[in-house]
Design a protein around this ligand. Structure first.
Ligand code: PMP
Length: 281
């Protein structure tokens, strides 16, 4: 990409930088959001802006820009980079201050960084046609995974483990043996009885915006839905499994830890939900 936005200025992407004393860099004291952009439009814009406000409020970081101001910046960033299909990444940190764990005593200005990139949604469609494999890993994260912070090291290690195992995602499993979510996606199954399951939106998972939209779609399609945790064994015994996120929409999961789910082909409900979601997005 040619341009990024940092603290009020569009700058050449190779020169885009924040200070070494930024609290996002020092402590992961920062939140982020990601929107998919399709045909020049932000997908699920409201949901992502609302979650951004909530993440900031939970960490007591003041909102540095109004939503209309952020939207203007995002539109300009997409225009300058000529991106009409891809994603926008926004990070807001508490700001820059002399290194000390506690919040700075004097008010500081939050740091804002925006970047964007093109995505090949046709490739994502192809992935959805064949489905993907996941592995399971222990969930090693903190107790507030509902806040979308840049504190992503366990997620990074989980995704790397998946790639090294030839899989596309890692489903994290809590101390009680239940799947929480993927490293960057929410996890779903369809039971043999045809019930759609995804973990309740507690502090153990990110409250995915796509997750909420898919719950809506499912209700309108008349599917039976339950928000509760499931185990990897239940997932292996399921009729279908899939994952959701802003950039992957709905992607069928056809194997877990190398064992096939159902007949090893993407399920019909995952396909119907993907189509319904994309038709409305
Ligand atoms: N869980 C985690 C840990 C994530 O990072 C993401 C992606 N932001 C999701 C779930 C999916 O959330 P969304 O549908 O809002 O992209």
């Amino acid at each position: 990409m040619r341009f990024a936005y940092v603290n009020g200025r569009f700058c050449a992407h190779p020169d885009a930088a924040i200070h070494v004393e930024d609290r996002g860099f020092q402590f992961a004291d920062a939140v982020y959001e990601v929107w998919s952009v399709r045909d020049g439009r932000l997908m699920d814009a409201d949901g992502h802006f609302q979650r951004l406000s909530r993440s900031l409020a939970e960490l007591r970081i003041p909102e540095p820009r109004s939503r209309p101001a952020l939207e203007r910046i995002i539109r300009e960033l997409l225009r300058r980079n000529r991106v009409s299909n891809g994603l926008v990444y926004l990070q807001i940190s508490r700001g820059q201050a002399r290194r000390d764990h506690a919040f700075p005593k004097q008010a500081i200005t939050p740091t804002i960084v925006l970047t964007c990139k093109r995505l090949d949604f046709a490739a994502a469609d192809r992935r959805a046609e064949t489905g993907i494999g996941v592995i399971t890993v222990p969930d090693q994260r903190w107790a507030r995974c509902d806040i979308k912070t840049v504190n992503l090291l366990p997620n990074v290690l989980a995704k790397q483990a998946a790639y090294e195992a030839g899989a596309a995602e890692a489903w994290q499993v809590d101390a009680d043996g239940y799947v929480t979510e993927g490293s960057s996606t929410n996890a779903w199954i369809v039971t043999k009885a045809g019930k759609l399951l995804t973990r309740q939106a507690d502090n153990g998972i990110l409250h995915g915006i796509t997750r909420a939209r898919i719950l809506d779609c499912a209700q309108r399609l008349g599917l039976e839905v339950e928000e509760r945790a499931f185990t990897p064994a239940e997932a292996l015994d399921a009729r279908e499994a899939f994952l959701t996120s802003a950039t992957s929409f709905v992607t069928p999961v056809v194997s877990i830890d190398g064992k096939t789910v159902a007949n090893g082909a993407p399920g019909s409900l995952a396909r119907a939900l993907r189509e319904t979601y994309l038709a409305e997005a």
